[in-house]
Design a protein around this ligand. Structure first.
Ligand SMILES: Cc1cc2nc3c(=O)[nH]c(=O)nc-3n(C[C@H](O)[C@H](O)[C@H](O)COP(=O)(O)OP(=O)(O)OC[C@H]3O[C@@H](n4cnc5c(N)ncnc54)[C@H](O)[C@@H]3O)c2cc1C
Length: 260
């Protein structure tokens, strides 16, 4: 019989929640194994702004300088008719909503997309001895009075092995296998009747939004209504709501996207 690995805590999912938890446990002297089915950190920006409470948690982990170096002032929202338009209107500056100075050493918000937060947290986790395994997926698991017994799959080789853990933590996102397996219900409104399509494309978008690289743009004209952001460098991302099966996508013209 193959020997089982034993860990105090098995964390499933290396998004912001799983990576942060691994560091918080390590700070308390609790070892964990963190498994992630992706092969690497997320390059999608996804969660873009960190609020002051999250910044305080990272401060408590001794990561203030790393997070501030990776981040920028909070992302604002501007309205333009087309991405190439020179006229724009500021629609939202979240920093102006509240002054956090009286109650926090951190600003209200910082622009630090998940594609930047995850590498900072991963570097810290590995440097502090957390056992982080990418390309590694949680398979079936059971629990008894003693421990959780989980099958873990190495996606690179297809081989699986068994990990025994005192605790299993499902940090595996919105469609959590851990939560579904344990039939843990959710509360609230359930699935919202709102659907969006996200498109990532590489072009010299930054020439059209120079000086506003961390901001978002609501593109609104008779053909299109959707948000555009720069994902990282020349990767741009557009997203639009899909309504009544009728999809309207931002369509930057070839002449308005230099280098495309
Ligand atoms: C396209 C998109 C845009 C978004 N934009 C914003 C935004 O602008 N602002 C904002 O605040 N939020 C945004 N979000 C939401 C934000 O990304 C989530 O709230 C946040 O990522 C939740 O963090 P998490 O760590 O709980 O989960 P996740 O970041 O989803 O991490 C869960 C991880 O678990 C892994 N995983 C799942 N199942 C398994 C398994 N069986 N074995 C191993 N690993 C597994 C997944 O690969 C994933 O990496 C966006 C999300 C998406 C998808």
């Amino acid at each position: 019989m193959t020997a089982h690995e034993h860990v105090p805590v098995l964390i499933v999912g290396a998004g912001g929640a799983g990576l942060s938890l691994s560091l918080l446990l390590q700070q308390q002297g609790v070892s964990s194994m963190l498994i992630e089915r992706r092969s690497d950190v997320s390059w999608h920006p996804r969660a873009r702004n960190l609020n002051f409470r999250t910044l305080e948690v990272f401060r408590g982990l001794g990561l203030t300088s790393e997070i501030h170096a990776a981040s920028e002032p909070v992302s604002r929202l501007f309205g333009r008719e087309r991405l190439a338009s020179t006229d724009q209107k500021e629609l939202l500056d979240p920093a102006s909503l509240l002054d956090a100075t009286p109650f926090s050493p951190e600003p209200l918000l910082r622009y630090c997309p998940q594609s930047r937060t995850e590498p900072v947290l991963l570097d810290a986790a590995r440097a502090r001895g957390v056992d982080v395994r990418y390309n590694t997926e949680l398979g079936p698991f059971t629990q008894d009075e003693q421990c959780v017994t989980a099958t873990v799959i190495d996606r690179a080789t297809g081989q699986s092995y068994v990990v025994d853990a005192d605790y299993l933590v499902g940090a595996d996102g919105a469609h959590s296998r851990v939560r579904e397996t344990l039939a843990i219900p959710t509360h609230g409104q359930g699935i919202l009747d709102e659907h969006y399509v996200f498109i990532y494309a590489r072009a010299a978008w930054n020439q059209l939004v120079r000086g506003y690289e961390s901001d978002a743009f609501l593109i609104d004209n008779p053909d299109v209504r959707g948000i555009f952001i720069i994902a990282e460098r020349t990767w741009g991302c557009s997203w639009s709501p899909i309504t009544h099966h009728k999809t309207k996508m931002p369509r930057p013209s070839p002449s308005s996207a230099p280098g495309s």
